[in-house]
Design a protein around this ligand. Structure first.
Ligand code: GN1
Ligand code: MG
Length: 363
């Protein structure tokens, strides 16, 4: 079935009013498929976001929808004046739909906005920090025990690395030969990168409710004022470490290049961007974080960057079944880019820790 027919069928199940007018594919995201669909109702055009959830990654998508319901309800209750995400319901009263092929669909309100993938505007970077810091604050009194762990051990770096090295040992597709340097580097930082998740498992850090995918393009911004409107992509909201949300955000936004830049000479961790992000983020949450959490922010940035590199590499070694790839070797290119970034974070660690301390004093 062509996509437009499929989207029309899905829209009808969710009882979207008016006549299907147009659709665009939204290319952000390495897992789910996202579309903006527009309906014409009389003289007005209204848009929605339609998503097909990747059930290879999310084995129990109904649980994601339950989690999102709980989280958005909590935020709406406490912050009624803020924009929040609304999901549409089918005639059966469900906020999702399984089609006849077994695919899982959902529809939410479209918020007119812009997102930033790479961004050089320090004010926007600081605002991104504010948005994620604010999100952490909004969930600080939310009972995480009611949430499903939709992807168990999602940010357990230690386990991610164990799995990578099992797959290296198996060398199922014979691809180890393409990435000997990367394997060697990951082996040399295995302990350091896995340290925080080990300590978390031992109860050294508070269990927070975290977003777990804090890329800057998961914040919607007002087109004109460039102020944040709402944090999106709540699929991986689960109990976790606050500093990993911080780390994942700076991993993405402080990179001088794209997440999959093939020319690693263009990949650096930009300290000015880091300072801007810290200002926004810590301005929101510094009083809520413990000293241990604050002291671990920089190590968390390194750890989650290594973790993502290991996930990309693992996917490469086992046949590219998890992340969408645009060309052969894409996951290896992503790995190299993330490792280059991780090395730069490590090199700049002292300066980054100092910036964290300064941001705390200034705010
Ligand atoms: C995936 O598809 P997207 O962009 O929302 C992944 C994240 C990675 C990210 C890297 C469920 O997120 O963990 O950090 O790609 N999400 C899942 O770009 O695995
Ligand atoms: Mg995501």
């Amino acid at each position: 079935m062509v996509m437009f027919e499929k989207l029309t069928e899905v829209g009808a199940q969710f009882r979207l009013p008016g006549k299907f007018y147009a659709y665009d594919t939204i290319k952000n995201g390495n897992i789910n498929s996202t579309f903006k669909v527009t309906y014409r109702d009389g003289e007005t055009l209204k848009s929605y976001i339609v998503q097909k959830i990747n059930t290879n990654v999310f084995h129990n998508p109904e649980e994601i929808m339950e989690n999102i319901d709980h989280v958005t309800e909590h935020i709406r209750e406490r912050y009624p004046n803020e924009v929040s995400l609304h999901f549409h319901h089918t005639a059966e009263g469900k906020n999702y739909l399984y089609d006849e092929d077994g695919s899982f669909w959902r529809v939410m309100n479209y918020v007119d906005s812009i997102t930033f993938d790479t961004c050089d505007d320090l004010a926007v970077i600081s605002a991104t920090g504010e948005a994620f810091g604010h999100f952490q604050m909004q969930l600080s009194d939310f009972d995480g025990s009611i949430l499903h762990e939709t992807i168990p051990d999602f940010h357990n770096t230690h386990k991610r690395l164990d799995k990578l090295f099992d797959d290296v040992a198996a060398n199922k597709l014979g691809r180890n030969a393409d990435c000997e340097d990367e394997i060697e580097y990951l082996s040399s930082v295995r302990y350091k990168a896995g340290q925080l998740s080990e300590r978390y498992a031992n109860g050294d850090f508070p269990i927070r409710v975290t977003h777990n995918d804090t890329k800057s393009n998961n914040v919607l911004f007002d087109r004109i004022t460039k102020r944040p409107i709402v944090v999106i992509d709540l699929d991986t909201v689960m109990p976790g470490m606050a500093m990993y949300d911080f780390g994942d955000a700076v991993r993405f936004i402080c990179n001088t290049a794209a997440e999959d830049e093939p020319d690693v000479r263009r990949v650096y961790f930009d300290t000015s961007k880091f300072r801007a992000f810290c200002k926004g983020y810590l301005g929101e949450v510094k009083h809520a974080l413990t000293k241990e959490e604050i002291d671990s922010l920089v190590l968390a940035a390194f750890s989650i960057t290594v973790e993502l590199a290991s996930r990309f590499l693992d996917d490469y070694l086992t046949g590219d079944t998890y992340f969408k790839v645009n060309y052969p070797g894409h996951n290896l290119i992503r790995t190299r880019c993330q490792l280059q970034l991780a090395k730069d974070i490590l090199r700049k660690s002292d300066e980054l820790k100092w910036i964290v301390e300064e941001s705390i004093k200034e705010g």
